[in-house]
Design a protein around this ligand. Sequence first.
Ligand SMILES: [Zn+2]
Length: 148
Amino acid sequence: MSVVAALYGASERQQIAERMAEILAAHEVDPVVSLPSRELERLLRDPQEIVLCPLCKAPLASTVANLPERERGTVLQPEWRSSKREEGVGSSIQITHLKPLVESVIIHTAENVRYGHRWCNVSMSDHSIEETLDFMEHVVRVHGRCKG
Ligand SMILES: [Zn+2]
Protein backbone atom coordinates (compact mmCIF):
# COMPACT_ATOMS: atom_id res chain seq x y z
CA MET A 1 0.00 0.00 0.00
CA SER A 2 2.79 2.45 0.82
CA VAL A 3 4.58 1.13 -2.24
CA VAL A 4 1.49 1.79 -4.34
CA ALA A 5 1.19 5.25 -2.79
CA ALA A 6 4.82 6.01 -3.64
CA LEU A 7 4.73 4.58 -7.14
CA TYR A 8 1.40 6.07 -8.12
CA GLY A 9 1.36 9.19 -6.01
CA ALA A 10 -1.64 8.17 -3.93
CA SER A 11 -2.34 10.33 -0.92
CA GLU A 12 -3.63 9.57 2.56
CA ARG A 13 -1.06 6.80 3.00
CA GLN A 14 -1.22 6.97 6.80
CA GLN A 15 -5.02 6.66 6.79
CA ILE A 16 -4.79 3.60 4.55
CA ALA A 17 -2.08 2.12 6.81
CA GLU A 18 -4.16 2.65 9.95
CA ARG A 19 -7.25 1.10 8.33
CA MET A 20 -5.21 -1.86 7.13
CA ALA A 21 -3.83 -2.41 10.65
CA GLU A 22 -7.41 -2.34 12.04
CA ILE A 23 -8.57 -4.93 9.51
CA LEU A 24 -5.60 -7.20 10.19
CA ALA A 25 -6.02 -6.90 13.97
CA ALA A 26 -9.70 -7.92 13.70
CA HIS A 27 -9.03 -10.80 11.32
CA GLU A 28 -9.24 -14.30 12.79
CA VAL A 29 -6.28 -16.42 11.83
CA ASP A 30 -4.22 -19.21 13.31
CA PRO A 31 -3.73 -18.38 17.03
CA VAL A 32 0.03 -18.57 16.65
CA VAL A 33 -0.12 -15.74 14.12
CA SER A 34 -0.34 -12.22 15.48
CA LEU A 35 -1.56 -9.51 13.11
CA PRO A 36 -0.46 -6.96 12.25
CA SER A 37 3.01 -8.47 12.26
CA ARG A 38 5.92 -6.84 14.09
CA GLU A 39 7.40 -5.93 10.73
CA LEU A 40 4.18 -4.24 9.58
CA GLU A 41 3.90 -2.37 12.88
CA ARG A 42 7.49 -1.19 12.46
CA LEU A 43 6.81 -0.11 8.90
CA LEU A 44 3.62 1.67 9.95
CA ARG A 45 5.72 3.68 12.43
CA ASP A 46 8.10 4.58 9.62
CA PRO A 47 6.06 4.36 6.39
CA GLN A 48 8.86 5.96 4.37
CA GLU A 49 11.09 2.92 4.84
CA ILE A 50 8.79 0.56 2.97
CA VAL A 51 9.04 2.63 -0.19
CA LEU A 52 12.82 2.26 -0.20
CA CYS A 53 14.66 -0.66 -1.74
CA PRO A 54 16.06 -2.71 1.19
CA LEU A 55 19.50 -3.00 -0.47
CA CYS A 56 20.31 0.30 -2.24
CA LYS A 57 17.91 2.39 -0.10
CA ALA A 58 16.79 4.37 -3.15
CA PRO A 59 13.03 4.87 -3.57
CA LEU A 60 11.34 1.97 -5.38
CA ALA A 61 9.92 4.50 -7.81
CA SER A 62 13.48 5.58 -8.65
CA THR A 63 16.34 3.91 -10.48
CA VAL A 64 18.73 1.54 -8.71
CA ALA A 65 20.83 3.53 -6.23
CA ASN A 66 19.46 6.65 -7.98
CA LEU A 67 21.92 5.94 -10.82
CA PRO A 68 21.03 6.75 -14.43
CA GLU A 69 19.13 3.91 -16.14
CA ARG A 70 21.48 2.01 -18.44
CA GLU A 71 20.72 1.08 -22.05
CA ARG A 72 20.75 -2.68 -22.41
CA GLY A 73 20.59 -4.88 -25.47
CA THR A 74 19.14 -8.29 -26.04
CA VAL A 75 20.43 -11.26 -24.11
CA LEU A 76 22.91 -13.46 -25.95
CA GLN A 77 21.08 -16.49 -27.33
CA PRO A 78 22.61 -19.34 -29.33
CA GLU A 79 22.16 -19.32 -33.13
CA TRP A 80 19.62 -22.13 -33.01
CA ARG A 81 17.27 -20.17 -30.75
CA SER A 82 14.66 -18.49 -32.88
CA SER A 83 13.63 -15.88 -30.34
CA LYS A 84 15.66 -13.26 -28.58
CA ARG A 85 14.65 -11.71 -25.32
CA GLU A 86 15.56 -8.42 -23.75
CA GLU A 87 17.40 -8.18 -20.47
CA GLY A 88 15.20 -7.32 -17.50
CA VAL A 89 14.93 -3.71 -16.41
CA GLY A 90 17.16 -3.21 -13.36
CA SER A 91 14.81 -0.77 -11.68
CA SER A 92 11.72 -2.95 -12.02
CA ILE A 93 10.27 -4.14 -8.72
CA GLN A 94 10.59 -7.70 -7.43
CA ILE A 95 9.76 -9.52 -4.24
CA THR A 96 12.99 -9.50 -2.21
CA HIS A 97 13.82 -11.71 0.76
CA LEU A 98 15.75 -9.92 3.52
CA LYS A 99 17.15 -13.27 4.63
CA PRO A 100 17.70 -16.00 2.02
CA LEU A 101 15.22 -18.83 1.84
CA VAL A 102 16.53 -22.09 3.24
CA GLU A 103 15.23 -25.62 3.05
CA SER A 104 12.70 -26.68 5.71
CA VAL A 105 12.43 -23.25 7.39
CA ILE A 106 9.36 -21.14 6.71
CA ILE A 107 10.64 -17.62 6.18
CA HIS A 108 8.68 -16.57 3.11
CA THR A 109 6.78 -14.39 5.54
CA ALA A 110 5.67 -10.78 5.76
CA GLU A 111 8.59 -10.09 8.09
CA ASN A 112 11.12 -11.35 5.58
CA VAL A 113 9.65 -10.13 2.30
CA ARG A 114 9.86 -6.64 0.85
CA TYR A 115 9.81 -5.05 -2.55
CA GLY A 116 13.20 -4.24 -4.04
CA HIS A 117 14.74 -3.34 -7.37
CA ARG A 118 15.36 -6.26 -9.72
CA TRP A 119 19.08 -5.48 -9.97
CA CYS A 120 19.40 -5.34 -6.17
CA ASN A 121 17.45 -8.56 -5.75
CA VAL A 122 19.51 -10.37 -8.37
CA SER A 123 22.72 -9.01 -6.78
CA MET A 124 21.79 -10.63 -3.49
CA SER A 125 21.15 -14.02 -5.14
CA ASP A 126 20.78 -16.36 -2.15
CA HIS A 127 22.56 -14.16 0.39
CA SER A 128 21.43 -11.85 3.16
CA ILE A 129 21.80 -8.09 2.93
CA GLU A 130 24.75 -8.24 5.37
CA GLU A 131 26.53 -10.88 3.29
CA THR A 132 25.83 -8.90 0.12
CA LEU A 133 27.22 -5.71 1.65
CA ASP A 134 30.36 -7.54 2.82
CA PHE A 135 30.82 -8.86 -0.71
CA MET A 136 30.21 -5.47 -2.31
CA GLU A 137 32.59 -3.75 0.13
CA HIS A 138 35.31 -6.23 -0.80
CA VAL A 139 34.72 -5.79 -4.55
CA VAL A 140 34.77 -1.99 -4.31
CA ARG A 141 37.98 -2.11 -2.24
CA VAL A 142 39.90 -4.49 -4.56
CA HIS A 143 38.91 -2.37 -7.56
CA GLY A 144 40.14 0.80 -5.87
CA ARG A 145 36.74 2.42 -6.08
CA CYS A 146 36.48 3.61 -2.47
CA LYS A 147 35.59 7.27 -2.66
CA GLY A 148 35.03 8.10 0.95
ZN1 LIG B 1 17.67 -1.11 -5.02
